[in-house]
Design a protein around this ligand. Structure first.
Ligand SMILES: [Zn+2]
Length: 472
């Protein structure tokens, strides 16, 4: 039995009689003692005299979920969504998020103080930033963003989205990778892998061939081969530049095959997929409400993604949350007119648990990909991503048997729809503890927002040895 006590006698909160799921360790029945926002004791029957107790009998206690892939402020203002979308997150068991910041032209120095203030003052969850890099000036400023704001991860779009973001050329990509690589072995180059020219052609062809169509047709605008080719290009350029490549939102079987081949050849990189891809396919009855980029695909691709997830070819899972209202999503505008992007923070953990169980993936594997693995890649482990003495007291207590029908109004974000609308998911949080306080309970907020922006320090490489072992 685990018995580890750092200090005793002054607990603020005791989570009692739950089964802990500790990545790399397994399932352990133990109490968790919390003081000053940290975990300070793990053990049997910790003394509860005079301490607030949360009784987790019959429940699973997981590390707070870290969703490394979110977008904030694409529909409402950044400040407003920093509050509403993190509220949905914490109710759903997510306690830390990675945010892809967007500034198409300006220097991020003009915007970072505002983004940071919103996360310090309004957010229910902790956060790290990944600025999206589009210009030569932004590349030149990467060392400054690292030094002044503790940023260690940056994103590049190989394929843009008309009217939303632009594609970057291979030349910008290579130059950007070199600059990120030069920050140190822990720095991360995140890439949206789709080959822009192939997507432009496919989108135009689809527009001519099918001015109107269904959700299933949307896959033709974003062929899986364009993803596979882009992963191959990004891998080659990252190797050339000595940068740690992080493939965001892998969506296809063809993409996975390139990943597998590269791993066999000894490449070290990180691959993410998302809970919308794992839970929703292109025959979904919610139609254009689940339109996204890359698209949700046929069940064949979904099966491949789950295989990649279970075998360790895919390392992390996020959401690609881009909250919208039904009005701005505008599903009535059809195949070409409705907007991509969907809210997914509030359903992230229940969808992972529900569909993961249906696919027979061990709970430990699901939890690792949603906590420890992304925390390591982004340099915030073991502060985040585990249950250990001296780690932040971010925990989610889950009733694995609790079933709920997803309804947007129960998720408490800004969106009036959910991509999982109407589906019954099994396995929901009954409490989320963030920074040592119970912030959400039984689907409701019960505490104040106590989220903080997390500046990061240069550190050792977080992929090579560890992933080799994790994937062995
Ligand atoms: Zn995204």
């Amino acid at each position: 039995m685990v018995k580890e006590i750092d200090r005793s006698g002054s607990l603020d909160l005791l989570v009692r009689h739950g089964t802990l799921v500790i990545p790399g360790v397994g399932q352990v029945k133990a109490d968790v003692g919390i003081a000053g926002g940290k975990i300070v004791a793990l053990g049997d029957d910790l003394s509860s005299a005079g301490v607030e107790v949360y009784d987790a009998t019959g429940k699973m206690v997981l590390p707070g979920i870290f969703d490394p892939h979110t977008h904030i402020g694409n529909d409402q203002s950044y400040e407003s969504e920093a509050e509403t979308e993190t509220r949905a997150a914490v109710i759903g068991g997510v306690t830390t998020i990675g945010i892809f910041l967007r500034s198409l032209e300006d220097s991020y120095f003009d915007h970072l103080p505002t983004f940071r203030r919103a996360m310090d003052e309004r957010s229910y969850v902790d956060s790290v930033f990944h600025p999206q890099i589009f210009t030569k000036q932004q590349i030149a400023e990467i060392p400054g963003y690292a030094e002044q704001f503790g940023i260690r991860s940056f994103k590049f779009y190989m394929s843009g989205m008309p009217g939303i973001v632009k594609s970057v050329t291979d030349d910008v990509l290579l130059h950007g990778f070199r600059t990120v690589g030069a920050l140190g072995p822990d720095a991360v180059a995140c890439v949206h892998c789709e080959t822009g020219a192939l997507i432009d052609r496919a989108r135009n062809e689809l527009r001519n061939r099918k001015p109107e169509g269904t959700l299933a047709d949307w896959e033709d605008a974003h062929p899986a081969d364009a993803e596979a080719l882009a992963v191959q290009t990004a891998l080659y350029l990252a190797k050339l530049a000595g940068a740690h490549l992080y493939v965001v939102h892998l969506s296809s079987r063809q993409g996975l095959e390139v990943v597998r081949a590269a791993r066999r050849a000894g490449a070290h990189f990180t691959v993410e997929t998302t809970t919308p891809y794992l839970g929703i396919n292109s025959h979904d009855p919610n139609g254009f409400l689940v339109k996204m980029v890359p698209p949700v695909r046929t069940p064949e691709h979904q099966i491949a993604l789950w295989e990649g997830f279970a075998e360790g070819s895919i390392n992390t899972v996020g959401t690609d949350n881009t909250s919208r209202s039904r009005k701005t999503k505008n599903p009535e505008a059809g195949l070409h007119g409705s907007k991509p992007g969907l809210p997914a923070l509030g359903t992230h953990l229940p969808a992972l648990l529900h569909y993961g169980r249906l696919r027979g993936v061990p709970l430990e594997r699901l939890v690792d990909c949603a906590t420890r693995a992304p925390a390591r890649v982004y340099g915030i482990y073991p502060k985040k991503g585990t249950i250990a003495v001296r780690s932040d007291a971010d925990l989610v207590v889950v009733d694995m048997a609790l079933e709920k029908v997803v309804r947007a109004e129960d998720l408490h974000g800004m969106s009036d729809f959910s991509p999982f609308e109407g589906k019954t998911l099994r396995g929901w949080p009954t409490a989320t503890i963030k920074g040592g306080e119970i912030i959400a309970r039984d689907g409701k907020i019960v505490g104040p927002p106590n989220g903080r922006y997390l500046p990061r320090q240069p550190g050792p490489a977080q992929t090579l040895e560890w992933f080799r072992r994790a994937n062995a």
